[in-house]
Design a protein around this ligand. Structure first.
Ligand SMILES: [Zn+2]
Length: 199
């Protein structure tokens, strides 16, 4: 685990990464001794450890830590959870929103924990499809709900600033389980809720 907590970086890993980033800056045709770039390799080393801190975190444990017995069976929806991740093909950011719903089956979890689960998986090298199913699986494993639904809408910088340059395209991925998979009324209710704008 390279990253432990905010502003706490493994010195050895930071040092090795910084050395490599310095080399990368040179290979790209820049002068790493230039005033504005002198500290850049170290900043990159720390930023990258921050952006990948999810490898050392356990989403199921986070959910289990705030799991409460509760006899509700109404759909719980948390929408517009901000997410920032990095595409594993180009190491460029993708960012957007996650919408999560589950139907409790004896247990609920703290609402903020769902947002933390998004971070645990987003702060890794990712593809949006896998991110979506990993969030779903963690909720399923911890809460064993009647159903889980995850929708992610994101913009990918690797598409926006290079290659096809589709500047305004949004990629939507979804994963459904249980009631959301088997019952189209439930699934449509969720999709209606997440697409509705708050007035
Ligand atoms: Zn990419």
């Amino acid at each position: 685990m390279a990253y432990k907590k905010v502003e706490s970086y493994d010195e050895e890993i930071t040092g090795v990464l910084a050395k490599d980033y310095r080399h990368i800056i040179e290979l790209l045709g820049e002068n790493p001794e230039r005033e504005g770039l002198v500290k850049t390799p170290e900043r990159m080393a720390k930023a990258m450890q921050y952006n990948t801190q999810g490898y050392g975190q356990d989403a199921v444990a986070i959910l289990n830590g705030a799991r409460f017995q509760e006899e509700v069976s109404e759909m719980v929806v948390v929408k517009d959870i901000e997410l920032y991740s990095m595409c594993e093909h180009h190491l460029l950011p993708f960012f957007g929103k996650a919408h999560i719903a589950y139907i409790p089956n004896g247990y609920i979890t703290g609402l903020s924990k769902l947002a933390r689960v998004v971070d645990v998986y987003a702060r890794r090298l990712q593809v949006q499809e896998r991110l979506t199913t990993q969030i779903l699986s963690a909720i399923k494993e911890s809460l064993n709900p009647m159903g889980v639904a995850v929708v992610i809408e994101a913009k990918h910088l690797c598409m926006m600033m290079r290659g096809v340059q589709k500047q305004n395209s949004v990629t939507t991925t979804s994963a459904f389980d249980g009631e959301f998979l088997n019952n189209h009324v439930t699934r449509n209710e969720f999709l209606k809720l997440v697409s509705a704008k708050l007035s």
